[in-house]
Design a binder for this molecule. Structure first.
Ligand SMILES: Nc1nc(=O)c2c([nH]1)NC[C@@H]1CN(c3ccc(C(=O)N[C@@H](CCC(=O)O)C(=O)O)cc3)CN21
Ligand SMILES: CC(C)C(=O)C(=O)O
Ligand SMILES: [Mg+2]
Length: 274
């Protein structure tokens, strides 16, 4: 399994870092078999698999359940778990407790948190000093979408740009091993990756030290809105739809189950394992 130092080395060697989300064991196994460098158990699962309109309804228990499933499905891949809405804004002690749960009980190797308040910077220091690796997340931070005014491109004005660069430096100084930047102009991403020693992983941020994409967007399984920056590499939705339609037709026409899928009174040797 790759470690945080390997991601630093990859940046230095200009080898692109790949990250994909997974929310359950079978999708985690696909991501691992595809030799993706890191798996993100993103709180986007609230939208992608639970049908919420944002990530705010996602709880630590939700993240824990999904992280456990992902850890069982991908035993050789570095797993990052999102700390969900408001689980790292009360106190350092509370943040440490919640991050420890995701790592110790959930099986994550690192946690990701959004934003850059004083409390967050102190928490990054405390977590890393205790042995929990932390990934930062700046730009469009979906947990704050209500305050930001929606899912909008960030860091376009000169002031916003300067603030984002200062925040990124502070996150690195606090001990984070990588930084996700979401929905920012590519020129800002380029500046960030040149300034920082830690890898900058982009989503809707142009070329960076690495990229992250939501699994369901990538394979064409997302129902509803897909962000403009997400490239769809397959149409798994249609493959699944055709399979279920075929099954329905077979049952209606009494073609399924046939001999091959039916038990008889006397056990018969069969060549298939079904
Ligand atoms: N399916 C899915 N994919 C994601 O990448 C994703 C989620 N869900 N949920 C959690 C966050 C939210 N994300 C989003 C969601 C929407 C936009 C979006 O609508 N962006 C506009 C740009 C708006 C502008 O121009 O300012 C777009 O048209 O893509 C962006 C990021 C990224 N994450
Ligand atoms: C979009 C990525 C970076 C994320 O935070 C998530 O999937 O929750
Ligand atoms: Mg997230």
């Amino acid at each position: 399994m790759k470690q945080t130092v390997d991601f630093l080395k990859m940046k230095r060697n200009q080898e692109m870092i790949t990250m994909v989300t997974a929310y359950d064991a079978p999708t985690a196994k696909i991501v691992e078999d595809a030799a993706i460098d890191l798996i993100l158990v993103g709180d986007s699962l609230g939208m992608v698999v639970h049908g919420h309109q944002g990530t705010q309804p996602v709880t630590l228990d939700d993240m824990l359940l999904h992280t456990k499933a992902v850890a069982r499905g991908a035993k050789q891949t570095f797993i990052v778990g999102d700390l969900p809405f408001m689980t790292y804004h009360r106190s350092i002690e509370d943040t440490v407790t919640n991050a420890t749960t995701l790592v110790q009980t959930g099986g994550a190797h690192a946690v990701k948190l959004e934003g850059c308040t004083g409390l967050i910077l102190d928490s990054i220091e405390r977590l890393t000093s205790g042995g929990i690796a932390v990934m930062g997340h700046l730009g469009l931070t979906p947990q704050s979408s209500t305050v930001l005014g929606g899912f909008k491109v960030q860091g376009r004005g000169e002031q916003e740009r300067t603030k984002l660069i200062e925040d990124a430096k502070r996150i690195e100084a606090s001990g984070a091993f990588a930084l996700v930047v979401e929905c920012i102009p590519e020129s800002l991403t380029k500046e960030l990756k040149d300034i920082l020693a830690i890898p900058v992983i982009g989503i809707g941020a142009g070329k960076a030290d690495g990229q992250v994409l939501v699994f369901h967007d990538l394979v064409g399984l997302t129902t509803g809105y897909i962000p403009k920056f997400a490239k769809t590499y397959a149409n798994v939705h249609d493959v699944m739809l055709q399979a279920v339609e075929q099954y329905r037709d077979d049952v209606k026409r009494e073609l399924f189950p046939d001999e091959r899928y039916t038990f008889k009174d006397v056990k018969k040797e069969r060549s298939t394992s079904v």
